[in-house]
Design a protein around this ligand. Sequence first.
Ligand code: GLN
Length: 205
Amino acid sequence: MIQAGVVAVQGDVSEHAAGIRRAGESHNVSVEIVEIRQSGVVPDCDVLLLPGGESTAISRLLDREGIDTEIQSHVEAGKPVLATCAGLIVAARDAKDDRVDTLDIIDVTVDRNAFGRQIDSFEAPLNIEGLDEPFPAVFIRAPVVDAVGEDTTVLARWDNHPVAVQDGSVIATAFHPELTPDSRIHDLAFFANKNSKINQATSPD
Ligand code: GLN
């Protein structure tokens, strides 16, 4: 049994919970989902998920409640995080926007709403490192990763922009993997991420 924390300010909390559960099932791991709205919850979580929504609102809550430093400690301990869309913006080193106080848990800089300025939302089959078949990626007012640090790996690109990136135990996507029944991204982030210490962090159930 593992405990998965989903930051629940806004965004597709139940869809992400379903994705994590399905990914766990395929490894015979049962998952308890906990919603994160205040401090004190993250330290008990084995894995964390930062969903999409509005990055300004999410970062404000994390800062106000003191959840931000708990997430940073989680990453320092080598435990996995999946951050999607606005979650990617919040996780980044810099979002070039004063209204977003980023966590700096993945070494990228992002441009908020960069795809959105051209086209609001779209779906694309993406080739992602670590997955055998293309992933049906849904982009909604998605950010663009415009600079990637030395230790960060680009897992997928769309239109030449990085749209899935990994820095140690943190994986972030510009798209919304929870909007399809395909849970391979949740699997990649939490159960198949060799850079994370989930196996050491959890005991068999
Ligand atoms: N554009 C939003 C932001 O800047 C993110 C959109 C999303 O999460 N779908 O926070």
